[in-house]
Design a protein. Sequence first.
Length: 239
Amino acid sequence: MSTSAAWWGASSTAPSRRFHTPVTKQERAAFVLKRLAELYPNPPIPLDHADAFTLLIAVLLSAQCTDVRVNQVTPALFRLGRTPAALAAAPLDEIESIVRPCGLGPQKAKAIKQLSGILLAEHQGHVPASLEALERLPGVGHKTAQVVMAQAFEIPSFPVDTHIHRLAQRWGLTSGQSVLQTERDLKKLFPEDARNKLHLQIIYYGREYCTARGCDGTVCEICRTCFPNRRSPVSTRKA
């Protein structure tokens, strides 16, 4: 029997009521992996997009902004231009007026126009399937680059956003010293072929059950299963 099944059984819709408490970090990770697969077997990508370029732009816009707002804004932006050539040629003020509701409008508009030009000049108008090349683009940080690698190219990655950073601490999977430390810790615990889907599964669980205000580490099913004797709220480090 595999490690993930050995201590709570082959299947369950309510593990916290039927099986032993996961004690070690590896057992907690195994429980998280199994339970999230039951809750979200096929998690959709939350940002609307048609290809790697439109995904890249959508993820860039999602910084300090909700996915819902980004999905409201991108149709107008992609009518202005949905290719690097079109957005590189588009007036900067028009791009900014469209993306302003996402916050940081001037910076994001400038980054969109500049990265579109770089894709034309250095990558034949294509989004590179390289973490290093993506991170060199204006407005594209480590997390954004990893999201594109995972969701556009299906290359195993583990982008850590605020939800994942918070939940990994509540579940005792990381110290939360930094986002990069959380990423390293989670990569040690979860198999490579599960990471892309798990990234989305944790985000959806964090939004639905283990929210910043709705769960303090003692409320949701996974928190209660992993730490049934926990009585005090968990103080988590911010991303």
